[in-house]
Ligand binder design. Structure first.
Ligand code: G6P
Length: 372
């Protein structure tokens, strides 16, 4: 009903707007005043976490994209190798697991059959399983060794928004906590990022306040057949997620690519007036990646693409090549997906609405897939 949607036209719009609160709630009580993480709920003893020699993330759909981003964070802050795998592929290829493997199963609903079968397989091999889940007492956390709940609140729209951002927060918490417990050379950086994370919901709020031009742009592209998304580093999974949202909601052909792969194939798709969304990494930090993506934008624009550029505030180098520039607040490199995903959610939701689609209940999709 209209009342349940809290005045929004759809649950999806309501859930997009709830993201700052969902993030704050997911951080609540997990960071103390001195910037130390306390995740007592992760009942896997510190001695065991210190012995972990491999992390494997399994998930489906949007949760899988959270997992792809988790890999960057986990390997960087913990120096432990991390693999990410679609839950539906995992157990069928006889994965190498033992007591020193930590499997992280990410699921909003906690009922996705593919993810459940993957975690059962992992436990049979002796691995420890940590669930990241949004639904209290659901099957996946009940069958795991430990659970870190996301506190996004109930998510009604089929396409995941607030649950995804809180999955990212939970992944960062796991990566930072593992780093903290194991003690790496990144101790100072971990403390700084924990502080930045505690302020990130304000940055997401800021993005939400500047979405009017993104909505107008989305409406103007409603007649298009194809939209491409490019990103690199953690911007690559963001591009995949932007494309998935557009497929799910607008029923458009949308594809996400690693920007570095452009010349190995995708550039052949570029034609006059094709909309291409590019997620630009911060010019601070890994500035080499930033400069490379700026030349990618020049390359596709020279071939006629209409460039829609998501870039950090103050990044002036990209501005001349952006037909449409969407600014997001500066964040540490690894945290950028929390702000960069939001315009892509708004874009897909608005574009789908302009095409007359029902955004909360896209055709052929289910919120939770409980069959294999
Ligand atoms: C379904 C939904 C997706 C979701 C995926 C994983 O396919 O339509 O939006 O990302 O399941 O769901 P889970 O509940 O495991 O996160």
């Amino acid at each position: 009903s209209a009342a349940e949607k809290g005045g929004y036209a759809s649950f999806m719009l309501k859930e997009i707007a709830e993201q700052p609160k969902a993030i704050a709630d997911t951080l609540l009580g997990r960071i103390d005043g001195s910037g130390t993480l306390s995740l007592d709920e992760v009942r896997i003893p510190a001695e065991v976490l210190r012995e972990v020699d491999k992390v494997v993330v399994v998930a489906c759909g949007t949760a899988f994209h959270a997992g792809l981003i988790a890999k960057y964070a986990i390997e960087h802050w913990t120096r432990v190798p991390c693999e990410v795998e679609l839950a539906s592929e995992f157990r069928y290829r006889d994965p190498i697991l033992d007591q020193r493997s930590l499997v992280v199963a990410i699921s909003q609903s906690g009922e996705t059959m593919d993810t459940l079968m993957a975690l059962r397989h992992a436990r049979e091999q002796g691995a420890r399983v940590l669930a990241i889940c949004n639904t209290n007492g659901s099957t996946i956390p009940r069958e795991s060794d430990a659970v870190l709940y996301t506190h996004a609140g109930p998510e009604v729209a089929v396409a995941s928004t607030k649950a995804f951002l809180t999955q990212l927060v939970a992944c960062y918490l796991v990566a930072l906590y593992l780093g903290q417990v194991r003690g790496t050379k990144y101790g100072d950086e971990i403390r700084d990022v924990v502080r930045d994370l505690s302020r990130i919901s304000g940055a997401v709020e800021q993005v939400l306040e500047t979405m009017t031009p993104v909505r107008e742009l989305a409406r103007s592209l409603a007649h298009k057949n194809t939209v491409l998304f490019l990103g690199r580093h953690v911007g690559h999974p963001v591009a995949l997620e932007g494309a998935l949202k557009l497929k799910e909601l607008a029923y458009m052909h949308a594809e996400g690519f690693a920007a570095g792969e452009l010349k190995h194939g995708p550039i052949a798709l570029i034609e006059e007036d094709l909309p291409v969304v590019v997620v630009v990494p911060s010019p601070r930090g890994r500035s080499v990646l930033h400069d490379k993506i700026v030349s990618n934008i020049q390359e596709i624009r020279a071939r006629g693409a209409r460039t829609i550029v998501i870039a950090e505030e103050g990044d002036e180098a990209v501005a001349p090549y952006a037909d449409h520039l969407v600014r997001v607040p500066a964040t540490p490199t690894l945290l950028q997906p929390l702000v960069a995903t939001v315009p892509l959610q708004v874009f897909a939701c608005e574009l789908a609405t302009a095409r007359g689609n029902e955004v909360d209940q896209p055709r052929n999709l289910a919120k939770s897939v409980t069959v294999e």
